[in-house]
Write a protein that binds this ligand. Structure first.
Ligand code: NDP
Length: 415
């Protein structure tokens, strides 16, 4: 009789008789089977110490116990990166969608196993109050809408993970942090690079002092944008051009890599004349920052240059190159330094992880533990203050002083 013909009880008995190793096979060793300890599945290392260990197993939380997110705004970042990333999350799951495009939202809901009744329009956002499985929202709307939707989500008791840039003005950013504090909900700005393993490794290298003092940072984030109309070319909707959209990655990186706040900045803007896309927002900006320790940063960002998203760090005794530093994937970390009598170039192999899943899980963990996220609202407020200073510098054609934030802008490091 074939196995699938066995009645259920017979199948169970047959499986028990086979034993864990199956009939005729030698039983597995503890190295083969692993074990369960303290509610975690684990395997002993099967390789010799000469090889790097494979690391701890993922320990996903059962789906019903994860923090449920409503995704607000189903544009490219939501559909290309955020919703797919939930498949790699261990602490979070998508449970509702909020969109102005019902047909698209219904289709996306079906694709991601979200019930049709959990698909809402923007005007219906407050109905999320009655859905206890929604504990947090992920705001993936155009920049100008971040404040309104943060305030509305906070008012119904939902924690907020908001896309960058946090908002379009300092007043809006501050209002968002105040609204979340008043409502007793957590607020995090989606600075994905701060959760990306190569960036974490670069921070560890800098703090560890292996290459001596950090002296210079070069950072670029450029791309060749297409024709309008797009909300990104509207000052009202986007707040600015390349700087808040992609140059922000360079600015934010100089701060988390140095662990310092810039004291002076100088910016220059170029807009191609006669291009209607850049009637309201800048196409290109180059900016320099000076940090208290003496680190100097040179950054450039543009909507009009072939995509390039790199970081280069110059130390006293070496340098680090990170091509694709701000891409969604493809990060590398190449160290140049002296080894003995020769100049060496070595790639540090850092296990890649989905940075969107990393940041979403970090926030879910913070919501669960009642902990401050690593990139809370204060981090977004400070970047907004610095961007406003850079625009002032470009308008006045001279360097401007940059004020330190009133307190720490980051919570505990991500695990
Ligand atoms: P898109 O233009 O692709 O999508 C925006 C979506 O917002 C639309 O599809 C629409 O969704 C909704 N929307 C509601 N009202 C408007 C409106 N008046 N005009 C335009 N769209 C509207 O933008 P992105 O997904 O690229 O960007 C969204 C946010 O994410 C921005 O803040 C951006 O800075 C950030 N971002 C972050 C990235 C990252 O790497 N972390 C990368 C790219 C963007 P619907 O049809 O569902 O209503």
């Amino acid at each position: 009789m074939a196995e699938h013909d066995l009645p259920r009880r017979g199948l169970v008995l047959a499986a028990a008789a086979l034993g864990a190793g199956g009939a005729g096979y030698p039983p597995p060793s503890p190295i083969d089977s692993g074990s369960v300890e303290g509610g975690r599945i684990q395997f002993p290392d099967w390789r010799a110490p000469a090889d790097p260990p494979s690391g701890a197993l993922p320990q996903p939380r059962p789906p019903g116990e994860r923090i449920g997110f409503a995704i607000i705004g189903l544009g490219r970042i939501a559909l290309e990166e955020v919703l797919p990333a939930f498949a790699e999350c261990k602490e979070a799951r998508p449970v509702a969608l909020v969109s102005g495009s019902p047909e698209k939202a219904r289709l996306a809901a079906a694709q991601y196993g979200i019930p049709a009744e959990a698909v809402l329009g923007y005007a219906e956002l407050e109905r999320l109050r009655d859905r206890p499985e929604v504990q947090a929202v992920y705001i993936a709307l155009p920049n100008a809408m971040h404040r309104e939707f943060t305030e509305r989500a906070a008012a119904i008791g939902k924690h907020v993970l908001c896309e960058k840039p946090m908002a379009n003005s300092l007043a809006d950013c501050r209002a968002m942090t105040e609204a979340c504090a008043r409502a007793g909900v957590r607020l995090m700005v989606a600075y994905r690079s701060q959760y990306q393993p190569h960036h974490r490794a670069a921070i560890a290298l800098i703090r560890g002092g292996e290459l001596g003092r950090l002296r210079f940072i070069e950072a670029s984030n450029t791309q060749a944008n297409g024709p309008g109309p797009q909300w990104r070319y509207s000052k009202q909707m986007a707040g600015g051009g390349a700087l808040p959209d992609i140059g922000l990655y360079c600015l934010n990186a100089t701060r988390y890599l140095t662990g310092e706040e810039p004291v002076e900045g100088f910016a220059t803007i170029h807009n191609p004349s006669g291009d209607p896309r850049y009637a309201e927002v800048e196409e290109s900006m180059a900016f320099q920052l000076r940090f208290p320790s003496g680190v100097l940063a040179n950054c450039l960002t543009s909507y009009g240059a072939y995509q390039n998203r790199m970081l280069r760090l110059h130390f006293e005794r070496g340098s680090i190159e990170m091509p694709h530093a701000f891409d969604y994937q493809g990060q590398r970390l190449v160290v140049q330094r002296r080894v003995g009598q020769v100049a060496a170039e070595e790639e540090r192999i850092v296990k890649p992880k989905n940075q969107f899943a990393q940041e979403i899980d970090h926030f879910a963990g913070c919501v669960r533990a009642g902990r401050q996220p690593h990139t809370p609202g204060e981090e977004g407020v400070q970047d907004q203050a610095l961007m406003e200073a850079l625009y002032r510098s470009a308008a006045e054609g001279r360097p401007v002083r940059m004020e330190p934030p009133p307190g720490p802008t980051r919570g505990p490091d991500p695990a």
